[in-house]
Design a protein around this ligand. Structure first.
Ligand code: SF4
Length: 329
């Protein structure tokens, strides 16, 4: 591990100044990604800037019925907050499906959004990886790619975005508030994570001298049935092979609104707009669910070891939609 300097930021302005003065620095909050990757020599910051003293906590209902969540709210705190459990059960379920109690107690909302891929070649500095070292190649494409993406990949990178929480944020609709030298700006969560294309080392739209200060959830759907189904190799502390987050608003058995997003199969949190469009106005029954699942996976491009993910994701979608219907009040 490369030695690094350590600083504590006592204001947003100081945090930004540290970053501007030392571009190879990194912010730390919970540290659940950064410390791992620093020890593996995958991330080599010259300075680590502790942002835990910044006033980025709290969960607040806004006048327009949206919910604003501070960047430093922990995953555990978010999942157990009454407003989240009541109005955004998909978010609570997705968070609780991820990691372990200990990790959720440390990991923050912004950190979860910023977490890096779990691709084993990315985490092995002896392997070729375009994301870690641009232009070096991708050992996953011709290697062991069972855990990799079937949606959103490129010839340069097929790494999966690992977050469960982000699947829920994609389905719910979320706005990120960023802070930088020019003050605050907002960006739609759907536009935040980049597809890998030819530049997989560029993972998001955050500027080098910016940080996420809050996220704001769209107003809740009511009445609502939700389900988050995560399929994985073991029952806990494991990343998804395929996951599906579903939200359905029903009226006398007919689908009024539908939201669907996938995890474990795509290079970024994956909202399924075509599938949602197929569901709206239909009776909430098996035929509609299977057509939606087929539409969601129509563009899937499996690799040598992960064709099973297409089947698994299809089944996850159908069952999540079924569970959302059954859970509808
Ligand atoms: Fe690196 Fe992406 Fe290839 Fe994994 S899939 S080795 S992260 S370039």
């Amino acid at each position: 591990m490369k030695p690094f300097a350590f600083s504590r930021a006592d204001s947003l302005e100081t945090a930004v100044e540290y970053r501007q003065a030392e571009p190879n620095s990194a912010f730390v909050a919970g540290g659940t990604t950064l410390l791992d990757l620093t020890k593996l020599d995958v991330m080599r910051p010259s300075r680590v800037i502790d942002i835990n003293a910044l006033p980025l906590e709290g969960i607040e209902r806004l006048g327009d019925d949206r919910l604003r969540i501070g960047a430093l709210v922990t995953n555990a705190e978010l999942a157990r907050h009454p407003a989240v459990r009541e109005d955004y059960p998909l978010l609570a379920r997705a968070i609780l499906a991820g990691a372990s109690t200990q990790v959720r107690n440390m990991a923050t909302t912004a950190g979860n959004i910023m977490q890096r891929t779990r691709c084993p070649y990315f985490r092995d500095v002896a392997a070729a990886c375009n994301k870690r070292q641009p232009g070096s190649g991708c050992d996953a494409i011709g290697g062991i790619n069972r855990m990799h993406a079937v949606l959103g990949g490129s010839e340069a990178c097929v790494a999966v975005h690992p977050s469960d929480m982000c699947v829920a944020l994609a389905a719910i609709g979320t706005t990120l508030t960023l802070h930088g030298p020019q003050g605050e700006r907002e960006i739609d969560f759907a536009d935040f994570h980049r597809l890998p294309g030819t530049t997989p080392h560029l993972e998001h739209m955050l500027g080098d001298d910016e940080l996420i200060v809050a996220i704001t959830l769209d107003p809740p759907l009511r009445p609502l049935g939700t389900a988050y189904l995560k399929l994985r190799d073991r029952a806990s502390y494991e990343f998804a092979l395929a996951s599906a987050g579903a939200m359905l608003s029903l009226d006398d058995g007919m689908i009024g609104e539908a939201r669907l997003a996938l995890g474990g199969v795509a290079t970024r949190p994956w909202r399924c707009h075509e599938a949602e469009a197929l569901l709206v106005g239909r009776r909430a029954e098996e035929a509609a669910f299977t057509q939606a699942a087929d539409a969601a996976l129509a563009e899937a491009q499996p690799l040598s070891h992960n064709a099973f993910k297409v089947v698994l994701a299809r089944q996850a979608i159908v069952r999540a939609l079924r569970d959302a219907r059954e859970g509808h009040p």
